[in-house]
Write a protein that binds this ligand. Sequence first.
Ligand code: PEP
Length: 254
Amino acid sequence: MARTPLIAGNWKMHKTQEQAEEYVQALLPRVSAVDGVDIAICVPFTDLQPMVDSTRGSPVEVFAQNMHHAPEGAFTGEISSPMLIELDVRGVVLGHSERRALFGETDRALALKVPAALAAGLVPILCVGETEEERDNDETDRKLRQQINDDLAGVPDDELASVVIAYEPIWAIGTGRVATDEQAQEAIAFIRALVAGRDSRAAESVRILYGGSVKPENASELLALEDVDGALVGGASLEAESFAQIVAATPTTL
Ligand code: PEP
């Protein structure tokens, strides 16, 4: 089963509208000829509309970094899926470890958010991954199983393939410590096997990304791994040149 790789840049809380515009004008010419790789930038809420406008007709899609599960309601400070859809946003990052650790995002909340995103027509990128302590205690599989089971509990089997899963070992995020090829391949194959436990056909087509200190220097090796279908890139996505280099390092199925 050929899976189209996805390279998604997570800007986190970086870039004003002016900085975002400067970035995208530098990125577009660098990726205009790319074929066979999906490209997304996951931008702060205030950058969504200008980035959707500036990338229209280009290979770059615009994703949000969070959303509430409800379509509307008394949830001060939150944003809903109809609000994202109205802007032509294509997808949304859900359950990033920074949201889990710093903002109390729970698996219960994610069990509502992932199906809500799918129902709205958004592509969810669900982030999962273990802490360093969990890896040291041989608890990586348990953690991944629990997150995949809980967070995808509300997704029907025939929609599992529409979710993008990002395996992001927390100890590798923003630290410069990238997972070894063996660690990344093993964890991602394990996640695929968990999906296969629900639906074997979905497991063949679901895209599973690696995230954690991906850089132009290590991208081609990681992206060539059998079960790795792309990358979620933080720090190295903040410069158009390094993000474009990671896109260029992605093996395509064409
Ligand atoms: C991320 O924010 O999801 C991430 C993987 O960050 P970095 O690439 O900087 O480790």
